[in-house]
Design a protein around this ligand. Structure first.
Ligand SMILES: Nc1ncnc2c1ncn2[C@@H]1O[C@H](COP(=O)(O)OP(=O)(O)OP(=O)(O)O)[C@@H](O)[C@H]1O
Ligand SMILES: [Mg+2]
Length: 324
């Protein structure tokens, strides 16, 4: 972009001060999950018949894409193969197992929040709350594939958290700092849309996969206004109707032509899992409409002749807290 009033450096410092989870906090939160994992491991050693086998840190703090406004962390707990629990009782069953493993915590620290398909362990402000989702191991217990109950829809999807982390790490390494910064800025924009409209949906994993798709296809993310413009332009131009498929862990031809869903963003570790499967046409249109507005605002900011006008435009993208 040709010398806009709000520059890459402005967006970068806005990200540092308002958007990103600071590194020391991320470290503290990772430590919190590590402690939980170690306690579970200890419990398993003491009771080898215990029905849970391991815990993996799965969310944005693990991936390095967390926002400052984070209020919970995501972990996945694997159920021992052969454990029989009805789907309808899975979460209450999991809550009971977690109470056994963490007998040092009060029973009132465990809950199943309505609308979320997970067990939340509350740390009452001493640390972040931790959302635990169950994973039912598949036939091979030696890898981290399993049927994960997704927190948002409650669907069971065959996936692999460790490979997701590896997938993201590869993109982070290809464009250090910038890849995850652009992801976080787009996630921040998504957050603003949710503030305006509580029915707006745009899952973080989808944001990461769209950014990965563009990065893999040559998008240099080192200038944030340009990178954001390209991401919004991609959403507007394709309407999110073009399938996004990665060949890290399977070949493109493994994806069937009749994958269902108005949005098709394939899980990079399972060619039959469409991460966008549960999005309706209305939800797709909302994403495209808001991306169009963001793209227009960005273009207008680029050509603004006063700083006030440029800031006003960036506020329509990043909300009232934007400053430069
Ligand atoms: N539909 C899905 N298919 C496969 N894996 C999923 C799915 N939903 C969630 N996951 C797993 O759970 C992880 C966390 O989910 P998600 O990306 O939505 O949240 P997050 O990265 O913690 O973002 P946020 O900052 O919004 O909390 C993903 O990285 C992925 O490993
Ligand atoms: Mg999360």
């Amino acid at each position: 972009m040709s010398n806009p009033i709000i520059s890459h450096a402005d967006i970068s410092s806005f990200a540092d001060s308002k958007v990103n989870l600071p590194a020391d906090k991320a470290k503290e939160y990772r430590e919190q999950v590590k402690n939980l994992r170690e306690k579970l491991e200890k419990h398993i050693v003491e009771d080898p018949n215990f029905d849970l086998v391991k815990m993996l840190h799965s969310g944005s703090v693990a991936k390095g894409t967390a926002l400052k406004i984070i209020h919970d962390m995501d972990v996945a707990v694997y159920l021992k193969k052969g454990v029989e629990v009805k789907d309808s009782e899975l979460l209450t069953w999991l809550m009971d197992r977690l109470k056994e493993a963490y007998s040092n915590l009060g029973a009132d620290q465990f809950s199943c929040p309505s609308g979320s398909h997970c067990v939340t362990i509350s740390f009452r402000g001493v640390g972040l709350d931790v959302d635990v989702v169950p994973v039912i191991e598949d036939d091979n217990p030696d890898d981290d594939y399993g049927y994960l109950v997704t927190k948002d829809t409650g669907d069971q999807v065959l996936t692999n958290i460790t490979l997701h982390l590896e997938f993201i790490l590869k993109r982070k390494k290809a464009q250090p700092h910038h890849f995850r910064q652009v992801v976080r800025l787009i996630k921040w924009w998504v957050h603003q849309q949710k503030v305006k409209d509580s029915t707006f949906r745009f899952k973080s994993l989808m944001v990461e996969l769209i950014c990965a798709h563009l990065a893999d296809n040559g998008l240099d993310m080192s200038d944030y206004p340009t990178a954001l413009q390209k991401v919004f332009a991609y959403i507007v131009q394709t309407g999110l109707k073009n399938p996004i498929i990665f060949d890290d862990y399977y070949s493109v031809s493994d994806v069937s032509d009749d994958i269902e869903g108005v949005i098709k963003i394939l899980d990079p570790v399972n060619p039959t899992n469409n991460v966008g499967a549960k999005y309706t046409e209305t939800e797709r249109v909302k994403i495209v409409t808001e991306a169009t507005e963001a793209l227009d605002a960005l273009t207008e900011a680029q050509f603004a002749t006063t700083k006030d006008r440029a800031i006003e435009m960036w506020k329509t993208i990043f909300g009232p807290s934007f400053s430069a």
